[in-house]
Design a protein around this ligand. Structure first.
Ligand code: IMP
Length: 202
């Protein structure tokens, strides 16, 4: 059985593999399908973007595909950067530039006004269309400075209140048990297992 993860982001792919922990499923990505169509992520919600990725890639490859879209939503910024998280400071800018922009925009805001959450939408589709789309969230606070080296994106700024540490400080073992991606994938796993069961029967 193969599951294509419709992403080119290597860190995201690794996180998804670590969380799914499937031994009998071959997990591939867009790196294995260089001719796959480029998906423009222009929807207004994470879910719509995830569905678009899953459905288009599944239609093209005729294989079971997982589409994922995620990002950071900061309450004080009215939910920004949201679906624009990866290009918050412009196209082809680095995670560091995005983090620095976020710090600048939140300058002067006290700790209790720095509430935020990560959101992750996961969609499953096969050649016949969408199977399911689910979402997971993880709540936290935006720090005053970058801390830690693990993870990617906004992890050096995203503080988990119960640990008083950023995801980048906490490391993968803890992140992958409580993250938005973990929560969305746990829900998606149910649909995936059902799909495998039905494929075996038919
Ligand atoms: P996407 O490829 O459009 O889904 O981009 C998601 C963007 O959201 C990433 O480039 C990061 O900036 C941010 N993001 C999503 N999930 C995470 C995470 O787990 N840690 C840190 N940043 C994340």
């Amino acid at each position: 059985m193969e599951l294509i993860v419709a992403t080119k982001n290597k860190k995201k792919l690794q996180e998804i593999k670590d969380i799914l922990k499937y031994r009998k499923v071959k997990i591939t990505s867009l790196a294995d399908y260089p001719n796959a169509p480029r998906i423009i992520e222009n929807a207004k919600t994470f879910k719509e973007n995830a569905i678009k990725k899953a459905v288009r890639i599944a239609r093209f490859t005729k294989r079971l595909t997982l589409g994922e879209d995620s990002g950071l939503c900061v309450y004080a910024l009215g939910g920004k950067p949201g679906v624009y998280s990866s290009r918050f400071s412009g196209k082809n800018k680095s995670d560091m530039q995005n983090n620095l922009k976020l710090l600048t925009m939140l300058k002067g805001l006290p700790g209790n006004k720095r509430k935020a959450y990560y959101a992750c939408a996961v969609a499953l589709a096969d050649k016949d269309g969408l199977i399911a789309a689910v979402e997971g969230r993880c709540y936290g606070l935006i720090g005053f400075e970058l801390k830690g080296t693990s993870g990617f994106g906004y992890d050096p700024l995203f503080i988990i209140p119960e640990f008083k540490k950023t995801f980048a400080q906490l490391g993968e073992r803890i992140k992958h048990k409580m993250s938005h991606r973990y929560r969305a994938l746990q829900k998606a796993k149910r649909f995936f297992s059902k799909y495998i069961e039905c494929s075996r029967i038919s």
